[in-house]
Ligand binder design. Structure first.
Ligand SMILES: Nc1nc2c(c(=O)[nH]1)N[C@H]1C(S)=C(S)[C@@H](COP(=O)(O)O)O[C@H]1N2
Ligand SMILES: [Mo]
Length: 406
């Protein structure tokens, strides 16, 4: 189809022309090809109690070479996924002492400390209480840590795959705390997991009463064992570590308990020797997932630039994309419905003319905060810490269409 000057200006219309051309091709082929095995001429396989994905689909979590229970983390293949929900089987995993095998029949949650009525809940007790479902991301504060000083990760998965987004269902922690009666001196909660390291974190009571969730389901199904089955604390927007899995104790306290994971770890050492502590909120971040490192643009012409943006402080308000290394920016389209503290899908139609390009994205959240460049981040925090790297991520496109980490 010949292109007018008008069509050249609008990549959307170029795209329409493209699909028309591809559609015509396919129709023509199916009319002339001999029948192959499978398809409408053969009976398919039968129903099953639980389905697996197609055998032709092979995308997996990235597994490091060493995977002892203490050191285990796997990464979500963000560049392979669509929309905003991470399939449960591809949700990243991070655990410090392996995945415990917990029979929900025997699992209990003890809520005690500065409450009027200390109580032990079974899973059945919790499931009787008023419930909510919310779409929220979980991100390890170490996500992108390797990118801070040595931006060499070859794919989106390796660079930022310690982040995933699910629909979580559970009981608002507020409901339980109000039922039990928090005493006036109760200013913090201490949450502890039932795994071998007894992972524990302290959380301000304001967060506990705001959007903290005692989550027992993920994407409509029970939590996966790796995500904390049968119960986890979900603290939307807070650094991943605070989202205590295999949750079995909550204690209301008057001050933080200074656990290992909030003193020796998960603090950010600044250039002046001071450390940031209790840096709970994850700042706004965005990532182009396609085209991204390791991929190759097949041909000249229409390319839909796709990516994800998220902020621990609420809604994503705007995502801008640059194809010239940050010289000029265009607004990407955000796909609704938008959820606060959740992955937000952005898209921007682009016409690739075959020249080298440097792609970048930057997100602004509803507080007005703009995702920093890596130089701005280093200026603010130095190079001692590798937690909380939310800097802009670039991908370089070569003349042959191959994409690499710039
Ligand atoms: N009990 C317990 N909770 C835990 C952990 C753990 O090792 N034990 N790891 C934490 C860390 S560091 C992160 S980033 C998140 C990861 O959650 P996910 O494995 O569901 O992705 O869980 C947190 N909760
Ligand atoms: Mo983490």
């Amino acid at each position: 189809m010949p292109e007018t000057k008008d069509e050249e200006r609008s990549s959307r219309r170029t795209f329409m022309a493209l699909t028309a051309a591809i559609g015509g091709l396919a129709a023509c082929e199916s009319g002339t090809e001999a029948p192959v095995a499978g398809g409408p001429r053969h009976l398919g396989s039968t129903i099953s109690p639980y389905s697996e994905r197609s055998k032709y689909e092979t995308t997996t979590r990235f597994m490091p070479a060493t995977k002892t229970p203490e050191q285990a983390s796997s990464r979500t293949p963000l560049q392979e996924l669509q929309g905003i929900i991470t399939p449960s089987g591809l949700h990243f995993e991070r655990h410090h002492a392996g995945i415990p095998d917990i029979d929900p029949v025997n699992h209990e949650l003890l809520v005690h400390g500065l409450v009027d009525r200390p109580t032990i809940f079974t899973m059945d007790d919790l499931k009787r209480l008023p419930s909510v479902s919310v779409v929220r991301f979980v991100e390890c504060s170490g996500n992108g840590g390797s990118e801070w000083t040595a931006p060499g990760s070859t794919t989106a998965q390796l660079a930022h795959g310690l982040a995933s987004c699910s629909e979580w269902t559970g009981v608002p922690l507020r409901v339980v705390l109000e039922e039990l009666g928090v005493q006036p001196e109760g200013r913090w909660i201490y949450a502890e997991g039932a795994d071998a390291c007894l992972m524990a974190r302290s959380v301000p009571i304001e967060k506990a009463m705001d959007d903290a969730l005692l989550a027992y389901a993920q994407n409509g199904d029970a939590l996966r064992p790796a995500q904390g089955y049968p119960l986890r604390l979900l603290l939307p927007g807070y650094e991943g570590n605070t989202n205590v899995k295999w949750l079995h104790v909550i204690k209301v306290t008057d001050q933080p308990m200074m656990t290992r994971d909030e003193t020796s770890k998960y603090t950010d050492l600044l250039p002046d020797g001071k450390a940031r502590q209790f840096t709970f909120d994850l700042d706004a971040k965005s990532l182009i997932t396609s085209p991204s490192g390791g991929q190759k643009i097949a041909d000249l012409g229409f390319v839909e630039i796709r990516g994800l943006a998220w902020s621990g402080r609420g809604l994503i308000e705007r995502v801008e994309v640059s194809v010239d290394g940050g010289e000029t920016w265009a607004d990407a389209e955000l796909e609704g419905p938008l959820h606060p503290k959740a992955f937000t899908r952005f898209r921007l139609p682009w016409h690739w003319d075959g020249s080298t390009a440097v792609l970048l994205s930057r997100a602004t959240d509803e507080t007005g905060y703009l995702q920093p460049t890596v130089d701005q981040l280093i200026e603010a925090r130095g190079k001692n810490s590798n937690y909380h790297n939310n800097s802009q991520k670039s991908w370089t496109i070569a003349a042959d269409g191959s994409v690499s980490n710039a």
